[in-house]
Design a protein. Structure first.
Length: 327
């Protein structure tokens, strides 16, 4: 809003944004970072208050009477919605509702979800446990298909605002012990077609993807070198706490790999829920005496396309980019 002069209502369907000066990020801000339109009654309350209504997606309307938190949600086709007359393209294009009703069912047990799919009790699973994919591929009337060729990009974030990882030398010391192949293998096993290596800051296959400087992660791994660099970094023995979401196998498996090298810092691995684990990693205040939190999480293709969207490169109050290599 700093670049905005005012926002003027033209009529019931249009408004105008007047800028103080040219702002090159305007279209990006409106179209690429979840710019939501909502009724006035929902926009007026302060942002600190929880949104009390859910209106649906346009083609479908949300059925509040069928909502059971943590269990299920129901949607019905909205007969007054008129889609754009053009082919769908990811988030853009015409959105045609081809079903009268859609039910979203929450099933945290992966095996139970897969069994429901095999029995025809559900029609689709968004992200089946990868270990179960070979079984599902052999099942009659079940199609297993990669819809998003870019997938998800695992990221290990260090809290670099507080000891011990406010020490750049210590951050760099861990690199010889980090093996991208081990992290990916912990999730996909021998289904190598589901992984893409090596990978940098931006999702593989996208225009800004680059392997420049990745030699620090692709050359032969050396735990002994990592231990030697940790000793030389001045590490004072502070305890490291890594948050490991136990309700998402992918996160839990990668956390086990990150902890395994034991290059030097003493690492605790408490099991937490995904919601707790997704809170901002770089807290402005320490999370406890002698503690540091870091966590594995995954970013999708729309989060890591270019510098402004890459979640760990976009600065906010403090420099978000962790400097791992000397310039």
């Amino acid at each position: 809003m700093a670049a905005t002069n005012d926002i003027v209502t033209i009529d019931d369907r249009r408004f105008q944004i007047r800028l103080k000066k040219p702002f090159s990020q305007m279209l990006y801000g409106l179209g690429a970072r979840n710019c939501f339109m909502m009724p006035e009654r929902m926009a007026k309350p302060p942002s600190s208050e929880q949104v009390k209504e859910a209106t649906g997606s346009g083609p479908f309307r949300f059925l509040p009477g069928e909502w059971v938190s943590g269990a299920r949600g129901g949607y019905a086709r909205f007969d007054r919605y008129v889609p754009r007359q053009e082919p769908p393209s990811l988030y853009a294009g015409g959105k045609v509702a081809r079903f009268e009703r859609v039910e979203w069912i929450v099933q945290p047990d992966e095996a139970t979800a897969a069994a429901a799919l095999q029995k025809g009790e559900v029609d689709w699973i968004e992200q089946p446990l990868i270990d179960l994919c070979p079984m599902l591929k052999r099942s009659q009337d079940v199609l297993v298909k990669v819809i998003d060729p870019f997938g998800w990009q695992p990221i290990l974030q260090l809290n670099h605002l507080h000891p011990p990882f406010n020490n750049a030398e210590l951050r760099r010391a861990l690199l010889p012990a980090m093996d991208q192949k081990s992290f990916v293998a912990s999730v996909i096993g021998d289904q190598s077609d589901l992984g893409r290596l090596p990978a940098g800051y931006f999702c593989e296959g996208q225009p800004m993807a680059s392997h420049v400087g990745l030699e620090v992660l692709t050359k032969p791994r050396s735990l002994e070198m990592a231990k030697d660099l940790v000793a030389k970094s001045g590490y004072a023995g502070e305890k490291v706490v890594m948050l490991s979401p136990s309700d998402r196998p992918v996160y839990s498996q990668m956390s086990q790999v990150a902890r395994d090298p034991q290059a030097g810092p003493e690492c605790g691995l408490p099991a937490v829920g995904l919601g707790y684990g997704h809170r901002p990693p770089n807290q402005p205040e320490p999370s406890g005496a002698g503690r540091l939190e870091h966590i594995h999480y995954r970013a999708g293709r729309n989060d890591n396309q270019q510098p402004r969207q890459q979640l760990r490169l976009a600065g906010k109050r403090r420099e978000s980019l962790v400097r791992l290599a000397k310039r």
